[in-house]
Design a protein around this ligand. Sequence first.
Ligand SMILES: [Zn+2]
Length: 200
Amino acid sequence: MATSTKQQDKKLTLPELRKHEGSLYIKNNTPHHMSFHQRIGEGNVDFELSPAGTSDSVAHLPKLALEMRGLQKLWMKGSITVSTDEAMEDHITLLMSQSIAASDEQMANLRGEVEEANTGRDLVEKACLQCGETDPKSGVVTRGRVFQSARELKEGIAPLCALHADMAALFPGSLTTDSQGNETWTFATTTVTAPRKGAK
Ligand SMILES: [Zn+2]
């Protein structure tokens, strides 16, 4: 990948790093979780790095950790980068904000607003029978989006979002076959809720 010229790439030696006055940064270059726990003299090294690219893969390096044999070996192998580059600070911030964004997305997933087609099968977008809304013009589901597999459709599983998944009994399905022999399930609304938009 094209990265900008790194002048900071001149690798400092261990004695140079020890002498460095400013912040030190450590970056995990491997897909593995790393933990650094060791008592050194009066001090204690105790930190962890998550796999490369994740939010905790870059961290401030406690200077004492430079004395760790294990860390020195990883550094020599290139499994970690130790840097004095202040740009690492931005990198830490960036990874953190990415991780916050990612957890927001997870929350949305939990609320059933976003569901990913992770099964690789063809999924059909449906509106949740309880809370779903479909734009009558475009047919786009604007609320309570549910994805159903071809099998679920065929079996007449009521489209319900994660929040309303336990309400299937309130929406009895009936199978209709059109002149072309296409089978479609329709679900009756037996609950006393506001009439759904677009309902027949
Ligand atoms: Zn719902």
